[in-house]
Design a protein around this ligand. Structure first.
Ligand SMILES: [Zn+2]
Length: 155
């Protein structure tokens, strides 16, 4: 059974439960990466440190789930799934390979956000959905900040 990724004696799940978003930072080139792969995808370095993030970013892409694969999610449909480009490494190392995290887009009270409010370019911030005493999921919610770049939504 795989062991949870550790960060100063705590797992990523435990950090999320403590409402901290952390990712791996390459000890050689300094680039951040997610998901937490063993080697840096850009320079193959194995050494890394953990970096806490602001949790702020921009919706890079999204989809609306209308048909849940798992029956337990059926009552939540339709719900948005977003790919968030995080501010800490926007456009680096290239515009196509930025630091991005996939998550649900939720209202501040942790319900699925309305489809008509979701758009590429919209600003978001991380929120933590507590699932148990020992675990939480990083999710995202909309902010009042003006959008960045081209704004686009599903027609
Ligand atoms: Zn590297």
């Amino acid at each position: 059974m795989p062991q949870p990724v550790q960060y100063r004696g705590m797992s990523l799940i435990a950090h999320a439960r403590a409402h901290r978003l952390v990712v791996r930072k390459c000890a050689a080139c300094g680039l951040l990466r997610y998901p937490p792969t063993h080697a840096c995808p850009w320079c193959m370095e194995l050494r890394f440190t953990w970096q806490e993030l602001s949790g702020r970013g921009t919706i890079y892409s999204y989809e609306i789930v209308h048909h849940a694969i798992q029956p337990g999610f059926k009552e939540l449909t339709p719900y948005p799934v977003v790919l968030v480009e995080l501010d800490e490494q926007r456009g680096r190392p290239t515009p196509d390979e930025s630091l991005r995290i996939i998550a649900n887009l939720l209202t501040p009270d942790l319900r699925p956000e309305a489809e008509e409010k979701v758009a590429i370019g919209t600003r978001v911030r991380v929120v933590f959905q507590d699932l148990a005493d020992h675990m939480a999921l990083p999710q995202f919610t909309l902010t009042d900040e003006p959008p960045q770049g081209r704004v686009w939504r599903l027609p």
